[in-house]
Design a protein around this ligand. Sequence first.
Ligand code: WTA
Length: 629
Amino acid sequence: MSEKIDTLLKESRVYQPTAQTKAAAYIQDYESAYKKSIADPEGFWGDVAKELEWFSPWTKVLEWNYPWAKWFVGATCNIAYNCLDRHVKTWRKNKVAIIWVGENDQERVITYGELYRQVNRCANALKKLGLTKGDRVTIYLPKVPEQIVAMLACARIGVIHSVVYSGFSAPALANRIQDAEAKLVITADVGFDRGKVLNLKSVVDQAVANSPTVERVVVLRRQTPGITLSAPKEIDWHDWLKDEKAVCEAEHLDAEHPLYILYTSGTTGKPKGVVHVHGGYMVGTYITTKYVFDLKEEDVYFCVADPGWVTGHSYIVYGPLLNGATILTAEGKPDYPNPGRWWDLIERYGVSIFYTTPTAIRLLMRYGEDWPKKYDLSTLRILGSVGEPINPEAWEWFHRATGENKPIMDTWWQTETGSILITPLPTVPLKPGSATRPFLGIEADVVDSAGNSLPANTGGFAVIKKPWPSMMRTIYKDPERYKTYWNTIPNCYIAGDICHKDEDGYMWFMGRADDVIKVAGNRLGTAEVESALVSHHAVAEAAVIGKPHKLVGESIKAFIILKQGEVDSPALIQSIKDQVLKELGKIAVPSEIDIVPSLPKTRSGKIMRRVLKAKELGQDLGDISTIED
Ligand code: WTA
């Protein structure tokens, strides 16, 4: 990649916090709070940790053995205990924890007390199946409360959960089950997508057939009559829990005990299992949820993510529950049954904090401002955006459509970082399109490939210069891959994003520097899609690029060389798309496929996707001296 990256985006508007926002905010003066936190990060994080409950204290806040970190050394804790028991011991016992709305408008309201009992029953049921501390469980569920129950139940007894997004197809699921060597899979008969029924159980059947470590499959049957299960391997969720006691003591775990593995895409075809641990992750998600969204006791917090992705892990499940918040979570899409869906839910439940994505905002923007205008959105107080850069136009629309006086927290972070790292706080002046400044305790910079700080308005690599509590601890079974995050640029964690800072130190993220693409905020590796493409019988070679797209941020374009004797036709293109659907799932299917006679390669045979992309976008091809053909 060229050393100097032009910074194209120029945005000059600044929005100051309203008096109302200022009056409510925990952090009144970001600048001084930040300076103080950075002068003594361990002191800062240690103080945050003291707001939570620990079974035994730490001897040291941080042990930093570059690039390996341990936080809250020697302490014991349990994140599920902090999400549940800590509240159930107080008046919050009968506070609503989760309001769940199904795609068909079915409603379930679960208090902290009830969630505690369900989690305990599930934890006891896990134990009865012989699962113990350190075992792995794969959770392949649609967005239903049982997904949250299962996650917390695993955490409660030190079992490591691996949640897989229910849009992934059988081979992708099998891959993740096998890498984690899961003993149990928890799934449902079906999920729903814009009225369409998705048969999840049959996906699991195919995946489990190739996964010898799986001993049992628990199935949540949502439809009546229920599908037939084959005992003893397959167990009904409700039968599984019904005789279990509602009390199960939380395991006292070392702060560094793994909480979960979450698979995410990188630059190779094999997804990486990002590992997070109980102690540090608990501290990071707790405090970012509290300060970024200025979360108060009486808020109703609505995050539209799916717990199948990291945003759901950190900002539907762990962060909000650690804070004792009331969470609204809804199955389904923003435009189903109509584009008023989310605005309607905000009005119906009096939502005060609304955390969404740029792609969803752009989708709703297409339907116009009349939709939000139909609803009473006056309960909203704080807004959030995550997953991809938000373009100033979408930012401005979101701001206007929701009443023009609610601050938008453009939160930058990653599966690997565990919690939000670059973000405004509600009192920070906002510039549409900028994720603004580092969170308290986080030292961030924009550097060149040698690690030198770059001057204002010069594009470079976004890096974090010090460890932080919720950072991933390793890549499951692949410590070498973990090390590359810290070894590529000396003394820095490299995120893989291109960014620049402006003269006020505001950070402007401009997309990825590597072969990761973001389609509707979903993270995909070009290599993963390419390997799905070449698994088609007619495909000899494939190269994939991300192409700027007005709605979904980036779309997938594939260039394909056919095997000899194969002929280009619409039917063939369709069958190639179907192959990707079968291998990976709907989110990975290229929107365009071009059949080409050759691909640009280096002399060592590496496909130069950069050249394909520049050509596609009509840009300067850059240095092509290493090209073979
Ligand atoms: C991108 C999602 C710009 C970025 C939480 C990052 C963003 C990747 C933002 C991580 C944002 C996320 N502005 N880009 N506010 N938030 N990204 O692991 O490229 O699915 O590296 O985590 O999303 O994606 P992941």
